[in-house]
Write a protein that binds this ligand. Structure first.
Ligand code: MN9
Length: 290
């Protein structure tokens, strides 16, 4: 198994003008990031528009990424779905491709009880032998997994970590303190350094798609104790994330990749289309990055 404690882009999904997955562009993005030295990829998550893709498209996405990665770094496959059966189907598919780990958001929308959420996760790990990373993202899923809930999973060796997309760093610190051997990922890129300070082993993020080198540098500086320098890069990164939040994070990220010469197209509807004015703002970001 590859080491997971590093910078892991949560891959965006490129679409052709006809609206199909653009495999060539996806391979280019993967290659660009392997060359930058990322620890691996998170495939098929929120950033990939997972819940706007069909089950077959989610499989196609992972197959393409696995082919291009060719065992050069880790791949974590997000297999989460509101339907337990679909999640199991995707988990089996991911296992057949030899991914390093699977990951899942808790089942959402129906306000499932914690017992139902446990049933969901255990039904998946009982069907496959690939380890699971819990994806805790209360802002989007509407489901909050507290440290007690997370503990109920992490005490089982099949659950190897948590992707924590939350500004609740107290909880992150508790997970890491109680389960030191598990891998804890920071989820919000704008708080990466804060996540490291709370005990995160690495990060999984969407802005890593086009500026992984900045986060690799923050992590290195943090480990060397150069906090002021790490903070300076985090602030620069946050200026860019501020612009993305203004124009719409995922449509903005795709436009940045388009401007960098990768053909990422647009997000699926109902995501917005970037306006000419917004494109100008993003051009300034790209000019600063290269
Ligand atoms: O994977 C990402 N979350 C989503 C985590 O895309 C929904 C983050 O990388 C954020 O996009 C990023 C901007 O808020 O931190």
């Amino acid at each position: 198994m590859h080491k997971l404690n590093g910078i892991i882009p949560a891959l965006l999904t490129p679409f052709t003008t006809e609206g199909n997955i653009n495999k060539k562009a996806l391979r280019q993005l993967v290659r660009m990031n392997i060359n930058k030295g990322v620890a691996g990829f998170y495939c098929g998550g929120s950033t990939a528009e997972a819940f706007l893709l069909s089950t077959d498209e989610r499989k196609e996405l992972l197959e393409t990424v696995m082919e291009e990665v060719n065992n050069e770094c880790a791949v974590i496959a997000h297999i989460g779905a509101i339907s337990q059966d679909t999640a199991i189907e995707l988990a089996k598919h991911a296992e057949s491709l030899n991914v390093d780990a699977i990951s899942s958001i808790p089942p959402f929308y129906y306000n499932f009880s914690f017992n139902e959420i446990k049933e969901y996760y255990y039904s998946i790990v009982n069907e496959v032998s690939v380890p699971m990373i819990i994806y805790n993202f209360p802002d989007f899923s509407g489901v909050t997994l507290n440290s007690e809930n997370i503990g109920e999973f992490l005490c089982d060796k099949r659950f190897i970590g948590v992707k924590h997309t939350s500004s609740d760093f107290y909880s992150l610190n508790r997970f890491k303190t109680m389960y030191a051997d598990k891998v804890i990922f920071n989820g919000y890129d704008e708080m990466f350094l804060s996540g490291l300070a709370a005990g995160a082993d690495g990060g999984i993020g969407s802005t890593y798609n086009f500026m992984a080198e900045k986060f690799i540098a923050i992590k290195k500086l943090f480990e060397e104790g150069k906090i002021k320098e790490a903070q300076e890069i985090q602030t620069k990164v946050n200026d860019i994330i501020g612009i993305l939040k203004k124009v719409g994070v995922m449509p903005g990220e795709k436009e940045i990749l388009n401007l960098m010469g990768l053909n990422f197209g647009q997000c699926r509807k109902p995501f917005k289309t970037i306006s000419e004015e917004e494109r100008e703002l993003l051009k300034a970001v790209v000019n600063e990055l290269v």
